[in-house]
Design a protein around this ligand. Structure first.
Ligand code: SF4
Length: 472
């Protein structure tokens, strides 16, 4: 997948002016937030579950080598094989080799963010293998030749009309010439095509929401059942997963599953939760002859114990982006790589470099909504601030920004000077704004005043209000 994170600002401006995108985002925004609120309101133990989930993940991360080895042993005992990939290239090479050994001409795929991270589709297609995404959202963006714009709703940026056009353009070769417009009809049409693809596929590739160390099982959650058909029908099943997906026991996975569906789509549980353990055994009705798990590191082991360690608890529910005002205004493509929104703004610089993705940690108002809804209690604002600190230390921002931050830091550390400077600034702004209470242009604020007026401070300052309500 190509990297466009360095074009964040330009892409964000384009997204703000894209009326189709704005319509699609407006429709999606309320749905996720309201549904999550409703299911959490009726779960009194939500906070207790959150605490327990955090404990499980922290315990696992503290003993990651032990649980990963246990997982590998269990997979082997069930007839499967685990492959270790340090980076995307190694992961692609392993999967390509497995596909070549299976003489694969056709691969079906369940939704997997790791496969996006390692740019798997491009590698398979370059090898002459047909890749068919089977998650409906992924299928839509595959037809559109676009990356996902959300980690659980990859086609959230598409309107119904756009999907209708896409299906009409791409499905005619299957003899489906009528342009359908209603959602159930579009879903049925996609299903009709995908059924054939499942039956033809030589290899099925899925992601994993969890890897269970005690049983060697992998777990995926879907709402369409496409994961089951992808892992059962082809003769080879390959699971791609990152190291931190492992949990010690089935019970641990069940605890976190109770948070996942609620935080992601506002469902108590997703429609399908599929546990896969090994390959087909005597007496099994269906299942693959070969079962492989490709475990991808890609920088995660370096995060263990460093200032970004908390990010390894992420279960990819998407709640942070559903509640992020920046993501809600520009969608996922502006972020320019696999992971958008708050979790992406933390992860992307770690994976592709702060010098390429430096705008992402700055595209945050620090309002804290993301971390308040994160089921794994990840302090996202704090982690974004860590990136900003590193940027400043490595002198990545331009000279003007660095000088501005130095002046700000000097003033903010001297309370008297701070009060004097902010008091003076307030008075000057009020003078400039006059009765309108707004300033049309100011030095150093061009990017703000180019499109809107700058409001002058009104009433008491925060410090004055604080002193009044805390007189002692
Ligand atoms: S950071 Fe938290 S809210 Fe965001 S995807 Fe990860 S677990 Fe979900």
């Amino acid at each position: 997948m190509q990297i466009h994170s360095h074009e964040f600002k330009e892409r964000a401006v384009t997204a703000l002016h894209n009326s189709d995108l704005q319509r699609a985002l407006a429709k999606a925004k309320g749905g996720f937030v309201d549904k999550r609120r409703a299911v959490i309101d009726i779960l009194p133990e939500f906070q207790a579950l959150r605490n327990r989930a955090r404990e499980i993940k922290e315990h696992t991360l503290a003993n990651l080598d032990f649980y990963l080895e246990q997982f590998e042993q269990q997979v082997q005992q069930q007839g499967g094989q685990v492959h270790w990939a340090e980076n995307p290239q190694q992961a692609r090479d392993i999967i390509l080799k497995l596909c070549r050994e299976a003489n694969a001409r056709s691969v079906t795929k369940g939704k997997s963010m790791i496969s996006e991270e390692i740019a798997l589709n491009e590698a398979l297609e370059a090898d002459g293998i047909e890749v068919v995404e089977t998650d409906l959202g992924e299928y839509i963006i595959q037809l559109a030749k676009e990356p996902p714009s959300h980690i659980i709703a990859p086609a959230v940026h598409k309107t119904r009309e756009q999907i209708s056009d896409l299906f009409h353009e791409h499905h005619q070769k299957y003899g489906l010439t009528q342009r359908l417009t209603e959602v159930p009809d579009l879903v049925n049409e996609a299903r009709q095509i995908l059924r054939e693809k499942y039956l033809q596929a030589d290899v099925g590739i899925t992601g994993a929401n969890f890897l269970i160390a005690e049983t060697g099982s992998t777990v995926i959650v879907t709402n369409e059942g496409n994961g089951d058909l992808t892992n059962c029908l082809p003769k080879v099943h390959i699971v791609t997963a990152s190291l931190e997906k492992v949990v010690p026991t089935l019970e641990d996975a069940s605890t976190i599953l109770r948070l996942l569906g609620r935080s992601a789509t506002g469902q108590e549980m997703t429609s399908y939760t599929t546990f896969t353990t090994g390959n087909k055994r005597d007496g099994d009705v269906s299942g693959p002859e070969q079962f492989h798990v490709v475990l991808v590191d890609n920088g995660r082991s370096k995060m263990l114990g460093n200032q970004f360690h908390d990010m390894l608890r992420c279960i990819r529910c998407g709640a942070c982006m559903n509640h992020c005002p920046v993501y809600g205004s520009i969608g996922g493509h502006a972020y320019g790589w696999v992971y958008p929104g708050p979790m992406g703004s933390v992860l992307t610089p770690l994976m592709i470099g702060l010098d390429v993705a430096g705008d992402l940690p700055n595209a945050c108002t620090m309002n804290g909504r993301c971390e308040s809804v994160c089921p794994m209690s990840i302090p996202l604002s704090h982690l974004l601030r860590q990136h900003r600190i590193q940027q400043f230390e490595r002198q990545l921002p331009d000279l003007r920004t660095r000088l501005g931050l130095r002046v700000w830091s000097f003033v903010a550390q001297r309370p008297r000077l701070y009060r004097f400077a902010t008091g003076m600034a307030g008075r000057v702004l009020r003078l400039l704004g006059g009765r309108r209470g707004r300033v049309r242009s100011l030095p150093l604020t061009g990017s703000w005043t180019a499109s809107r007026d700058f409001p002058t401070p009104q009433g008491e300052s925060f410090i004055q209000q604080w002193q009044r309500s805390n007189p002692s």
